[in-house]
Design a protein around this ligand. Structure first.
Ligand code: NAD
Length: 493
């Protein structure tokens, strides 16, 4: 049994003051394999105090120093890739190959992306040529609480910690109590990279405990949260009394609009994307909307893809999908599959119960429903399991109406050879992201949603701005131009 009961506060691993011990469960076996602590108020207070004390010093560092630090973090992150992959695979059930590639890769990709964005980022900018005595300063927001989920641990942690470091913020991270071990490896990486004491702190805990204590803490300036819409609402309410800034990346119910002129691989690609990470992605395209003339063929393709999809434990190599993360998640997904059947959707692959050959582990059958109506529960609720709903449509207008008829607005997808139609749809779909014809978004592209999917953007320049306060200055004294960049708005020399 792995013992990781300490917290990282003020640059050292310290014993909890006020903690409860809990076990971390391997979702492939349902067996505990590690013990951590859930902190209490005294631990939260100690971490916040350390971050507060370190804030002025860290804010005073130059961009060049912070870039050097991020470069060291990236090197060490790559060196510890296997440790990160093993931790994530065990704690949240990602098959080891997926953990090594997509899960670990997402973090490295974000660190590189932020290094690039930071290089171009101007913390000190002119207002405009009409106002030479005005200046805009991008100040760090201060002390940030970060609350993260279990589904893409390094993706979400790097999307918060790296831009906070880059902009001169200090922070307290509370990773998911279900998947806390990779976050502790990440803390070791930051320590080894030389992040100064107090700049980054980690306290484990649950939502009602450390999560709520951080959200309401008077000495926290901002909460950056990724997780369920339910918790996002609770955090916003708790944060309201202290009027801290609240950044939310929440759930999704993405539509994937497949037109008759879509490429041959579009349906297969959509099913595989929906099932990736065992369907546990906020941006999963879980509603496949298919033009009527190609609907029957699409349903048949989706059935074949789902039936071929292998399910297996997280320590097995290969391209299978793993279990869902927990007993609670397993029960929720099973109940929703049953609800789909009860409400009259046509089950064409998978269904209730474990896949053949499994009598334990939180394994779910890759499941596809056809003839889904958009008012059915499976089309409205985020299932967070390998479950796809297929819905027919007749016209482009109808497809847009169905796609936008959801509480969520994170990612939508379009598959069509008609470029003018794609651009039209990109404008009409109500979501923070629209991905078309399987093209992935480039580094620096912002990630985030509208409506109940949240209110912020992570990644690139936008991800840095989230951690800044805009300060407007008048009566600015023109400074000597920077030797390297030719203007006065630079802290490099
Ligand atoms: P969750 O909301 O239950 O937990 C997420 C984190 O919030 C955990 O660290 C948890 O301890 C904490 N938490 C829970 N209740 C809290 C409260 N009342 N106050 C403070 N903290 C609280 O979500 P989860 O089950 O871990 O993750 C799955 C959810 O995350 C899905 O809904 C998914 O769509 C969403 N998600 C969103 C994005 C995005 O960027 N939009 C990315 C990944 C996951």
């Amino acid at each position: 049994m792995i013992e990781r009961t300490a917290f990282y506060i003020g640059g050292a691993w310290v014993s909890p003051k006020d903690a409860t011990r809990v076990e971390v469960i391997d979702p492939s076996t349902e067996e505990p394999f590690a013990v951590i602590s859930l902190g209490g108020q005294a631990d939260t207070d100690a971490a916040v105090a350390a971050a507060r004390a370190a804030q002025p010093g860290w804010a005073a560092t130059s961009k060049a120093e912070r870039m050097d630090l991020l470069t060291r973090i990236l090197q060490l992150y790559k060196a510890r890739a296997e440790d990160l992959a093993k931790a994530m695979s065990r704690e949240m059930g990602a098959p080891i190959d997926l953990a090594r590639t997509a899960q670990v890769g997402a973090g490295a990709w974000h660190i590189k992306g932020f290094l690039h964005a930071l290089e171009m980022f101007e913390f000190d900018r002119p207002l405009g040529s009409h106002a030479p005595d005005d200046r805009i300063l991008m100040d760090p927001v201060g002390v940030v609480a970060m609350i993260t989920p279990w589904n893409w641990p390094m993706n979400q942690i790097t999307l918060k910690v790296i831009p906070a470091l880059a902009t001169g913020c200090t922070m307290v991270l509370k990773p998911s109590e279900i998947a806390p071990l990779s976050a502790m490896v990440f803390a070791e990486i930051l320590h080894e990279a030389g992040v100064p004491p107090g700049v980054f702190n980690l306290v484990n805990g649950d939502g009602p405990g450390v999560g709520t204590q951080l959200s309401g803490h008077p000495d926290i300036d901002m909460v950056s949260f990724t997780g369920s819409t339910r918790a996002g609402i609770a955090i916003s309410k708790t944060a309201a009394d202290t009027l801290k800034r609240v950044h939310l990346e929440l759930g999704g119910k993405g539509a994937n609009l497949v037109f008759a002129d879509a490429d041959d691989k579009a349906v297969k690609r959509g099913v595989l994307h929906c099932f990736q990470n065992t369907g546990q992605s906020c941006n999963a395209p879980t509603r496949m909307l298919v033009e009527r003339s190609v609907y029957d063929a699409a349903v048949e393709t989706a059935r074949a893809v789902a039936e071929k999809m292998e399910v297996g434990p997280s320590d097995k190599e290969g391209r299978h999908i793993g279990p869902v993360v927990s007993a609670a998640q397993f029960d929720k997904v099973q109940a929703l599959i049953q609800t789909g059947i009860d409400e009259g959707a046509r089950l064409i692959a998978g269904g209730p119960g474990r896949p053949e050959g499994f009598n334990r582990g939180y394994f779910v059958r890759p499941t596809v429903f056809a003839d889904v109506k958009n008012d059915m529960t499976i089309a409205r609720e985020e299932i967070f399991g390998p479950v796809l709903s297929i819905i027919p449509f007749d016209t482009e207008d109808e497809a847009v109406a169905i796609a936008n008829d959801t509480e969520y607005g994170l990612t939508n997808y379009v598959q069509s050879a008609d470029g003018a139609r794609r651009n039209r749809l990109a404008r009409r779909l109500r979501s923070g992201i629209v991905e078309m014809n399987g093209a992935s978004r480039a580094a620096g592209s912002p990630f985030g949603g509208v409506k109940r999917s949240g209110n912020g953007r992570e990644g690139g320049i936008w991800g840095l701005e989230e951690f800044c306060e805009v300060k407007a200055v008048s009566g600015w004294h023109a400074e000597e131009p920077c030797q390297h960049h030719g203007h006065g708005a630079c802290d490099c020399c």
